[in-house]
Each structure stands twice: as C-alpha cells, then as structure tokens.
Design a protein. Structure first.
Length: 255
C-alpha cells in the first residue's frame, strides 16, 4: 500500500475527500453542494488491500463524554461556550470555577447570589468570583433551576448522613481533589460549588431538601466564558439520595 500524502493527514475533511474526487454532499440532480452542517462524520472505503476509514477529527474536538462518577477539568477561553448535556436525565454535575491564569480567582456563591438576588441559577445568571467579577454567564438553559447551596458530597458527609457503611464510597470532594491536583489545587482551594441539574428546594422553615431532579434525558445548559476560566467538574457519584436518581450516569461536554 502506498504512503498517505502528508496533506491528507490533517486539514479540512471535505477538502480531503475532494482531492480524491469524492463528493459525499453533492446533489446528483442539481450538481451543487448544500451547506455542510457541524457533525461527526466517518467514512469507510473498501479497496483491494482492505478498508480505509476517514473521519473529521475537528468535529469531535472539544466534545467529551464524562462517565458516571468521573471528574473532568479544562480551560474555557473567553468568548467560548461550554455546553453540559444531561444524557440520561437526573444527573447532578458538581462544578467549580477558577481563573485560568490565577487560581486565587475563584467562584463565589455569595457574590453570585447577591448580584442576582436569587439562590438558583438559570439563563442569564452570571457566575462571579470573590470580587464579583464575571467568570461565566449561563446563556441557555433547558432546565431552569440549578443549585448553589447543596455543596459537594464527601466521604465524611456520607458517613455522617447515611452511616459508616458508606465510608468507602467515592464522592465529589475526592473527584475535585484528584482533578484539581492536575492544576496545583489542594483541599484548601476548594470552595462552595454549583450543582447543575440538581434540585434543592428551600422549605418554608429555611431547610434544604434534596429531591428528584427537574432534568430529563438530553436536557442541556450552556455557559459562555466572560474570562479565561478553569472549570472543574465532578460527575456526581452519589447513590444515597435522589440527586442522581440513585443511579449516576454519563454527561456530555461540548466546548
């Protein structure tokens, strides 16, 4: 089999196909190309020596599946948008925000709540740091209610709330510590977090409840970065209360 030309290893996928006189989007009747859409596309070509598979690597860049119970982190550049998709519904996504260049800049629940006069987040809510400077803005939301008060589960809180038999269970604080260590963050750097898709109503007496979520399979929200922001996520492993429907599941992240 002959070597693959260097020009075919990277670059625009449709241009690559055109160089080989392959036109998957051409209309036979009109002889024109429709406007291509953004999607993950894979082609397989059978030839005498085997099968050649080609895909558009750029279509999957910034598109990540975070498995159940797992952490994730990444920098969202100013102006870019992070979309979180609740693939199976009723999955809490614990999230922390830090300045990408200066991790001493970090999300503050107090300034975020005070600035908007509401303890719940939804479209239009601005995630703010401790100096009340914007970090990210929720620009789209299909659920309409996200928690700022419930905090992150930990092995210690699980033991206190649900009994010593839960001591071994992995929790969000452990996820934050594991993932945060990749960025030089330790336990002293953890602050109160946002719980996307988590339903924490406030009772008349001021107590918090953790109840079935308001989300559903495929529901999503989108956050636009107002500054370069390091985002830490724990795809919540909790199985002792309804925040995940007692069954943690995967999420999709798109930047």
């Amino acid at each position: 089999m002959s070597a693959i030309p260097a020009a075919d290893i990277a670059g625009d996928f449709l241009a690559l196909l055109a160089r080989h006189d392959l036109h998957p989007l051409r209309s036979e009747s009109a002889g024109t190309l429709p406007t291509p859409t953004q999607a993950t596309t894979v082609f397989a070509f059978h030839f005498s020596e085997g099968v050649l598979m080609a895909g558009d690597r750029r279509a999957t860049a910034g598109n990540v599946i975070v498995t159940d119970r797992a952490p994730w982190s990444g920098v969202v550049a100013a102006g870019d948008t992070l979309t979180i998709v609740d693939l199976y519904g009723n999955q809490a996504v614990d999230t922390l925000f830090y300045g990408a260049a200066d991790h001493a800049v970090r999300y503050s629940a107090q300034t975020t709540i005070a600035a908007q006069g509401n303890i719940f987040l939804t479209a239009g809510s601005v995630i703010r740091d401790q100096e009340s400077q914007p970090m990210m803005t929720i620009v789209a939301d299909e659920v309409g209610n996200h928690d700022t008060l419930g905090g992150a589960c930990s092995q210690e809180s699980n033991t206190l709330r649900y009994g010593h038999h839960t001591k071994h269970q992995h929790a969000c604080v452990e996820n934050f510590l594991i993932e945060g260590s990749r960025h030089g963050l330790g336990k002293a750097d953890l602050v109160g977090n946002v719980n996307f898709f988590m339903n924490v109503p406030i009772d008349a007496d001021g107590s918090l409840g953790i109840v079935d979520g308001l989300s559903a399979p495929g529901k999503r929200l989108a956050l636009r970065a107002d500054a370069d922001t390091l985002v830490l996520i724990s795809n919540c492993p909790q199985i002792n209360n309804p925040c995940n429907g007692f069954d943690p599941t995967a999420i999709r992240l798109i930047i």
